[in-house]
Write a protein that binds this ligand. Structure first.
Ligand code: ATP
Ligand code: MG
Length: 137
């Protein structure tokens, strides 16, 4: 079964949105197979977002992502990499339609509530980066 890595970002954890986000994914028919709170060490976020290094928003992204706990998860389901991204909506909440997670819960690009892997290859990489084998049920 296909798996993806999803992460509820510090803004959404602070705002108490974990339950509602999980509920949407469960209603779709997906299953969470691992989940944990982490205050991300800087080196882990830097690895996670390594392709963005040097971009103008990079420093803000790193400090935002380390500003409080995230809720990191592995989810499983049919075509989940693609479908979870559709449920999240585009990176910029201004472009995210109502009904999507970012469309309903976010207003700003740099506080956009949730991360989801953008391909099968990133999903595998990110799952390995955040979870050990024995944490996956
Ligand atoms: P994520 O990887 O967090 O799921 P994404 O895949 O939709 O988001 P990416 O292009 O991977 O988008 O960008 C990673 C994160 O960097 C975005 O979620 C956003 O917070 C931030 N970001 C990307 N582009 C910009 C930008 N132009 N201005 C401000 N922040 C940006
Ligand atoms: Mg991305």
């Amino acid at each position: 079964m296909e798996q993806t890595f999803l992460m509820i970002k510090p803004d959404a954890v602070r705002r108490g949105l974990i339950g509602r986000i999980i509920s949407r994914l469960e209603s779709k028919g997906f299953h969470m197979v691992a989940g944990k709170f982490i205050v991300l060490p800087e080196d882990l976020v830097e690895k996670h977002y390594q392709e963005h290094e040097g971009r103008p928003y990079y420093q803000d992204l790193i400090s935002f992502m380390t500003s409080g706990p995230v809720f990191a998860m592995v989810w499983e389901g049919d075509d989940i990499v693609n479908l979870a991204r559709l449920m999240m909506g585009p990176t910029d909440p201004e472009k995210a339609a109502p009904g999507t997670i970012r469309g309903d819960f976010a207003t700003r690009m740099n506080r956009n509530v949730i991360h989801g892997s953008d391909s099968l290859k990133s999903a595998e990489r990110e799952i390995r980066l955040f979870f050990s084998e024995d944490e996956l049920v």
